[in-house]
Design a binder for this molecule. Structure first.
Ligand code: ZN
Length: 124
């Protein structure tokens, strides 16, 4: 099995509903996102998946969150903008835009860091 990954960052504000603690008040994070793609076969160029295409798609998805108040955006106007839900959202949006993936290649995980030491991972 091969894996390739890319990291991207974005800044956004949020507050968590139904939660008691620091994250219930409005605040911001410099989020880091790691997208991992896995597959068993390489293409004729020796690549699992083109980094450039993967980066373009992830940048577009993350661009819609960058410098925004997440609680005002669909689906976070109803879904809590936790790192877990953000990871799932990025996965769902990215997989819609990565339709021409070679057979057997797919996103294996999305990790979202809220701080250097706290992260949540979604595996489809
Ligand atoms: Zn927070």
């Amino acid at each position: 099995m091969y894996e390739v990954s890319i990291d991207e960052t974005f800044a956004a504000a949020h507050n968590l509903r139904n939660y008691r603690g620091k994250c219930e008040d409005l605040h911001g994070h410099n989020y880091k996102v790691r997208v991992v793609v896995e597959g068993k076969e390489l293409d004729s160029a020796g690549l699992l998946f083109d980094f450039v295409h993967l980066k373009q798609v992830i940048k577009r998805v993350i661009g819609s969150l960058d410098h925004k108040y997440l609680n005002e955006l669909v689906p976070f106007d109803t879904l809590n903008p936790s790192a877990e839900n953000i990871a799932r959202h990025i996965h769902d949006q990215a997989s819609k835009q990565l339709q021409q993936m070679p057979n057997g290649v797919g996103i294996s995980s999305i990790t979202v860091w809220e701080t250097d030491t706290s992260a949540a991972t979604y595996r489809p």
